[in-house]
Design a protein around this ligand. Structure first.
Ligand SMILES: Nc1ncnc2c1ncn2[C@@H]1O[C@H](COP(=O)(O)OP(=O)(O)O)[C@@H](O)[C@H]1O
Ligand SMILES: [Mg+2]
Length: 267
């Protein structure tokens, strides 16, 4: 097995030295193997986004280390790490350029991945490939290559963002509640698509969701964060057979949390 990500004993506080000082990640350690699809849940403020931001290098951690594909990236800037990381955020506007067409957006993603690409000019040969890729989405975007991305719906845009992230063949795909802004039906569509792309492209992915059922249904490993640490980490069969009540029980057992307020982890 090859570790794609090794996070060792990381700490992250915000607003250090003020009355608002907030110790968010408290010695978090986590190894993710190649091909794992990890779902991450935890209450509001548990540190889920902070964990993904720490990995992506949105800021540096206060202590501990982060290795990506064997390389120590702890002190690396976001741009350096971005070569290996694909990200999709909650806001559908974040991952694509509104004013550019679908094919221009794809061309940008192509270039970013270091693939033989040709700026914004799209050659016929590339166009053929883009059409093929877009067909995967089953949203009929392949017939609308020249359409401005700003005209797409939120769901279509997230689907395109996902496709673009996968085009770069990232070593690690980070999804931060990327379906939370969508209506339930569209959210399901994008989740299914995520599953398909992660499997077909054999990606390694971390997906934050606030929906426990989705966290159980998708992926092959589930992590629950609580109070800046990992409270639950299940995989394989154990995860597959899990129900929401099982998950809550495990959380209570592991965290020693007797408060029956499940809002704590439901977010
Ligand atoms: N850049 C930041 N500056 C200050 N505080 C932050 C920052 N990012 C996150 N926080 C705080 O850290 C805590 C954890 O946030 P976050 O990781 O976003 O939680 P969640 O698990 O809901 O994604 C919250 O209290 C949040 O306000
Ligand atoms: Mg968050």
């Amino acid at each position: 097995m090859t570790a794609i990500l090794q996070v060792k004993d990381i700490h992250k506080s915000f607003e250090i030295g003020t009355v608002n000082e907030n110790h968010v990640l408290k010695g978090l350690t986590l190894t993710i193997e190649k091909g794992e699809f990890v779902t991450i849940i935890g209450g509001n403020g548990a540190g889920k986004s902070t964990l993904l931001n720490s990995i992506a290098g949105s800021f540096l951690v206060d202590s501990g280390s982060i290795h990506l594909a064997g390389e120590d990236v702890t002190r690396q800037k976001t741009a350096e790490r971005a070569k290996h990381i694909g990200r999709v955020f909650q806001d559908p506007k974040m991952g694509t350029a509104t004013r550019l067409s679908i094919e221009e957006n794809l061309a940008v993603a192509y270039k970013r991945g270091g693939k033989r690409g040709l700026s914004l000019g799209v050659k016929d040969k590339q166009r053929v490939e883009f059409r093929e890729r877009l067909k995967q989405l089953d949203l009929n975007l392949e017939s609308r290559l020249k359409m401005e991305v700003g005209l797409l719906s939120g769901g279509q845009r997230q689907a395109l963002t996902l496709l673009m992230a996968a085009l770069q063949s990232p070593k690690l795909l980070l999804l931060d509640e990327h379906t939370a802004a969508l209506d339930p039906k569209t959210s399901k569509m994008v989740l299914e698509l995520t599953n398909k792309i992660v499997k077909e492209e054999q990606l390694t992915a971390m997906m934050i969701t606030h929906n426990m059922e989705n966290a159980i249904e998708y992926g092959n490993r589930l992590i629950m964060l609580y109070n800046g640490q990992i409270a639950v980490d299940v995989r394989g069969k154990e995860k597959q057979q899990m129900t929401v009540p099982d998950l809550l029980e495990l959380f209570h057992k592991n965290s020693g949390n007797r408060v029956s307020d499940d809002a704590l982890i439901l977010g």
